[in-house]
Design a protein around this ligand. Sequence first.
Ligand SMILES: C[S@@+](CC[C@H](N)C(=O)[O-])C[C@H]1O[C@@H](n2cnc3c(N)ncnc32)[C@H](O)[C@@H]1O
Length: 311
Amino acid sequence: MLVTANKSWLNEQMMAEEKDNSKQNVWSLQRLPELTTAQFLKWQRLLEERIGISITPQRQSFLQTNLGARMREIGCQSYEEYYQRVNSGTEGIIEWSVLVDRLTVQETRFYRDLDSLDLVKDYILTRPVDELKASPPELWSVGCSTGEEPYSLAMLMFECMDLLKLQVYFGITGSDISKPALEKAKKGLYPARKLVTLSEELRDKYFTKQEPGDQFAIAKSIKDRVCFARINITELGNAPMHGMTIIYCQNVLIYFRKWRRKEILSRLAERLRPGGLLVLGQGEITEWEHPDLLRVKTDKALAFIRKPDKN
Ligand SMILES: C[S@@+](CC[C@H](N)C(=O)[O-])C[C@H]1O[C@@H](n2cnc3c(N)ncnc32)[C@H](O)[C@@H]1O
């Protein structure tokens, strides 16, 4: 009797699941309605408030496509229902991080901006050796995506230490808002196509080909110098980094409104040690000055040095 009851209960469950799945299948083939202006503004506001990213009306279809793709995956039937979902409890926090990952541009590569890296190299090579020994360099790659940027900085630092014939300890932090990007960064495994911008010399020195497959693992010596943290660039007030030697922030500010870029830069300036270097991407901010910073005189990169302390 008990067995029969259980059986029929199971059957009911299976039928309910099938019904549910068929609903999802039908749904996944359905075209999603257009985002209304009111809905677009609501999502735009939420994204801007929480992560600072401004989605202009011209990019409404980008937002709609990404919201729609995610809603189909999880069987969510309306923009409003999905809005409620990302705003509710622990589940909402997890769903929000998936969405943010979809909406942020994570394009990056090793040794992406050679001119800026040359500037970093010159800066390190011209530091007094006593200073390097007494206070080991601390670098921060802000908006590091999948790790190519902080790992490039680590390779560059090793190259500098070789040239200076020094063995000082240096540390690099890579931070980003995207959890999946940081997970990839921590693994330090990259497909061959990601390494095409690297010289053969650097590739052979700092990567090992994994067999079988076309993955390359970054050297332990590099990995050991880099740590990763999830930090929202609009909430730098809570970031534990202070007294940084170099802050490297490229291809991130472009996604923010001008007033917010300035606010972020002021927070970054505070986190530099006197004499520290802030490196941005060319053209990422114009007509910006900070009382504690001096612009580095070069046409090839956009960088600032923090003035020495007054006392
Ligand atoms: C185009 S990638 C730049 C990667 C690297 N800096 C480079 O230049 O190759 C932009 C990165 O900024 C991150 N990002 C966007 N909004 C952010 C925020 N509010 N806080 C922290 N990181 C953010 C994205 O997740 C993405 O990984």
